[in-house]
Design a protein around this ligand. Structure first.
Ligand code: HEC
Length: 103
């Protein structure tokens, strides 16, 4: 658990130090999602199916309290039952912007 907190603090520190964020690019996020996430998640309306365990991105975007900024941070941390994809902060923001546009 403390490793998780350390990682979260590190992510927040990097986020603060790296200056003005460039605008998240949902289109680029879509390209990344199809490449990295579509094996398990349904990432677009025209995708037939992902794995039954992973929630479709449209469902994630419709959750109450959904927040693209929090999602981008979530994507930077390792989480259970998903491979650690080691994505950059900009890539996480792009993916979050893409997911936010799926509802
Ligand atoms: C190997 C399969 C796999 C891949 C690849 C994968 N995921 Fe997941 N993902 C899962 C599973 C399974 C869950 C459900 C985890 C759980 O319920 O504990 C999940 C959960 C999530 C959640 C949390 C959903 C929620 O509402 O709590 C998000 C957000 C997410 N994935 C985003 C992504 C993104 C973005 C990518 C691509 C960069 C990705 N995933 C790639 C399997 C995968």
């Amino acid at each position: 658990m403390s490793r998780f907190i350390t990682a979260a603090v590190a992510v927040a520190a990097v986020a603060m130090l790296s200056g003005p964020a460039r605008a998240a690019d949902a289109e680029q996020g879509g390209v990344l999602a199809k490449r990295w996430c579509a094996a398990c998640h349904v990432v677009a309306a025209d995708q037939v199916r992902g794995s039954t365990q992973a929630p479709p991105f449209s469902e994630i975007a419709r959750k109450p309290g959904f927040d693209a900024g929090q999602l981008a941070l979530y994507l930077l941390l390792p989480h259970p039952r998903m491979p650690d994809m080691n994505i950059s902060r900009a890539e996480a923001a792009d993916l979050a912007a893409y997911i936010a546009a799926q509802h």
